[in-house]
Write a protein that binds this ligand. Structure first.
Ligand code: NIG
Ligand code: FE
Length: 404
């Protein structure tokens, strides 16, 4: 949703995470802080004693933690149908690949999504955005991908645009080439994406293009062809890479200057330097590793190698049905070698970079007035206290959109 933002004054902040890094303090923490938002933008974020006079509505948070709004860098929020039965089959030992090969998995969601009405898809997408918001998300990347054919993918892109008009979360739409359509030769799908879907998606407001490169999805050559077409159309590039099998897609992502590369469970150590040098954000998706019992992506090694690491939910009906970024922070800390500060960076500034929103995921003069007031006093409690919602109040552009 757009329009001039509100005026708001937040006082009594116990810990304020500005995300303006200082030596020894990557989160730029201010103890005893205040934030002033005017016209939807931060005009002050710092110690209470230095707060300028302001006329906005006041909220005294009585010692609570305040952070920037969280940025979700990787979500598939538009789909219909349920795969709960597959979840149960996997719980009893069947594999994700086996279910997909039998016509289930992504293809089951494609059938349900193609059959759903526009209104159903918009309403269910907005429901998921509500749950993301409830967990503190104010900016969300949103992929198409459950139609497969060009008219269907463009329809999903239009419907994402409609959901964005109805919902306060700032959506960043991505056209996704998910798996080759089973209805036609795969070369035709690739050619259609290059000549029709990508240029039209750019006209419809897509900000990025993403390919799922893996066994059972697109090959490395097909991925390269489509990424180059998307780059020529001016879209930012993302790649679902090295999730189930090592394909070389992460190196390709670095080579073509992708903005982000996703998953990386099967990453070759030699790719780390390339991703760091290319400045490609490594978006790790612990929910998919948890659900599918994949090896945990090695956040520690990527961070030590100089990469920027973001954390996403991978919200989707099959491999990660969760709208909780704080849960992903917990998994990052508990299983992937991240410190609490690194997990916070992963859902704020690093994720904002992956989504292409430089004024989000931080709280200082000129940033967007998106913030979360937490039912916690210490930022480390958010990843520590896992599986519950501690986001108490969510503010977007200086307006309270959830909680009080
Ligand atoms: O990001 N890896 C590919 N695609 C999705 C899963 C989609 C599904 O199972 O519906 C992912 O994990
Ligand atoms: Fe994904």
């Amino acid at each position: 949703m757009t329009g001039r933002g509100g005026d708001l004054v937040i006082t009594g902040i116990g810990e304020l995470l500005t995300l303006r890094p200082r030596p020894g303090d990557p989160l730029g923490i201010v103890h005893g802080g205040a934030v002033v938002v005017e016209g939807g933008r931060v005009v002050f974020a710092g110690p209470s004693g230095a707060m300028p006079p302001s006329t906005g509505d006041r909220i005294d948070v009585r010692g609570a933690l305040v952070s920037p709004g969280l940025c979700e860098p990787h979500a598939h929020p538009i789909f219909a149908g349920s795969r709960a039965a597959e979840f149960d089959l996997r719980a009893q030992g069947r594999s994700y690949g086996e279910i997909q090969a039998a016509g289930g998995g992504i293809l089951a969601t494609v059938r349900a999504t193609r059959a759903a009405s526009d209104e159903e898809l918009i309403a269910s997408t907005c429901g998921r955005l509500d749950r993301l918001l409830a967990h503190g998300v104010t900016v969300c990347e949103a992929k198409t991908g459950y139609a497969l054919d060009v008219p269907g993918e463009l329809r999903l892109l239009r419907l994402l645009g409609e959901a964005a008009r109805r919902h306060p979360i700032d959506l960043s739409p991505t056209l996704l080439a998910h798996v080759p359509s089973p209805d036609r030769p795969r070369e035709e799908t690739v050619a259609d994406f290059c000549s029709r879907a990508i240029p039209e998606a750019a006209r419809l407001g897509a900000e990025a293009f993403d390919v799922y490169c893996d066994a059972g999805a697109f090959t490395l050559d097909e991925t390269r062809t489509m990424l180059l077409a998307a780059r020529a159309a001016g879209l930012a590039l993302r790649v679902h890479a090295e999730q189930f099998t090592h394909t070389g897609a992460a190196d390709l992502a670095a080579e073509v200057g992708a903005r982000s590369v996703e998953h990386l469970e099967q990453l070759a150590p030699s790719s780390i330097e390339r991703l760091a040098a290319a400045g490609t954000v490594c978006t790790l998706l612990p929910g998919a590793a948890l659900t599918l019992r994949l090896p945990w992506p090695d956040a520690r090694r990527l961070l030590d190698g100089g990469c920027t690491v973001a954390l996403g939910t991978d919200l989707n009906p099959g491999s990660s049905l969760s709208e909780s970024l704080p849960l992903m922070m917990s998994l990052g800390c508990m299983q992937m070698g991240m410190s609490c500060a690194e997990a916070w960076v992963g859902v704020t500034t690093a994720a904002a970079r992956a989504v292409g929103r430089d004024d989000a995921g931080r709280l200082w003069e000129g940033s967007r007035g998106d913030l979360v007031i937490w039912d916690a006093a210490d930022h480390r409690e958010v990843p520590q206290h896992y599986g519950v919602g501690l986001a108490r109040t969510v503010v977007i552009a200086g307006r309270v959109v959830r909680g009080a």
